[in-house]
Design a protein around this ligand. Sequence first.
Ligand code: ADP
Ligand code: ASP
Ligand code: MG
Length: 469
Amino acid sequence: MKDLLVMKFGGTSMGSAERIRSAADICASVHKERPAAVIVSAMSKVTDMLLEALRHAEGGDERGVDEMLARLDARHRECCQQLLDPPAQADTQPVLDDILSEFERIARGVLMLGERPPRSVDEAIAVGERLSSTLMAAHLQSRGIDAFALNAREVVVTDAVFGNASPLIEQTREKAANFLAPALQARRLPIITGFNGSTLDGRPTTLGRGGSDFSASILASVLDAGELWIWSDVDGIMSADPRLVSDAKVLNEITYREAAELAYNGAKVLHPRTLAPLMEKDIPVWSKNSFNLDAPGTRIVPETREGPIGPRAVTSMVNVALVTVDPASSAISGTRIMARSLEALATANAEVLALTSSSYRQNFCFLIRTAELPSVIENLEAAFSIELTHGYLHPIDVDLDVGLIAIVGEGMKGHPGLAGRIFTAISAQDVNIIAIAQGSSELTIGVVVRKSGVEKAVRAVHAECRLGA
Ligand code: ADP
Ligand code: ASP
Ligand code: MG
């Protein structure tokens, strides 16, 4: 459907009755003009609250669970009252109650078992989006719009990697054609839960934290949408996180590759996997601010009209770990150890954010997300159990006191001396450079520094490259 517009509203854009009303205004005016599909996040902080309730449950803290349930209930009940007139409230509140009681059933199960099976966690935390989509759809209906809430479990088919599932695109396309396309053709307005899906045999999954962006891009791709608009709380994609750099400026246009590099290297404004489904189809994306409709936003396109222009943005990540694998003797083939380590990382489903090696000592280190560390270590220790036991490998070293800074831009390769300027600017702040991660892509330079130096280094690089307003 080439005229279809897919829109995604993030947690802050759904954070209160007032915000949902503003989001609904946007939906209503778009829906008048063209077919649209809407993907929503849970109300801000709700996913964190759901996870916290499950942590209390796992720890046997029933009071903690009850408290969290009461807070979740109050937040959505209040929003329902503020958003809907009494008859619509009477229809909608029981739906919210049912959804929340599904969560309660799982939480009580976790409390009894004393553990949180990943599959139950996924089913439980998808509740946040089910609550918010119910509220948004009910509000639009009360305004006379033919909207309906849809659980993405019915449409988005994924593998069974609970907590970080990947879509099965062909199966999702088929379901979207059956479940969604007819409604869209009839000019109905689906309000779809972001973040979740289900396996082919119907087990609930989620796409990783912040995954509603990814849900939106998956659906835009399988529905052959004309455009995707991602509504957030910033004026677009900026030259740096405005919370770290006060003169960060909005970029009018960036390429898919730049946006993907920024997202992978920590720019929270987009989930890292958002761009991939869109790139295949050249579907343009806008990053827009639901708090500031006058700002045009950032357009993300296959090629920028502005041409290759060097560094454009700097981003950072602190929830990372530097893991070093170090052969004890030069008689051991470092290349083989590296190959086997990468195999272990693949088994752990971990992503390598940066990799550096020393040909002389044959050792190498790689940067991964802290969330992936336990499974990475488990797999590395299993893969090298003999070498570690017999001392052919030094014990695997993990450094958690690190952060990654990434400087991103098309055409950086054509800027001789840039890397030197960046390193000098960072060093001038008394921040030690631990590793340089020449990513495989020519549009990113990555630098690993001590955690305490990350923010200083981001500001120094932003200033040195004159990225600001
Ligand atoms: P949503 O809830 O709408 O998905 P997020 O909180 O996930 O929104 O992402 C928006 C936030 O991303 C912004 O508030 C901003 O602080 C942060 N951010 C980090 N890097 C950037 C960047 N380069 N450009 C814009 N925002 C950024
Ligand atoms: N609600 C989910 C989260 O907080 C997904 C999202 O908001 O994108 O991670
Ligand atoms: Mg987000």
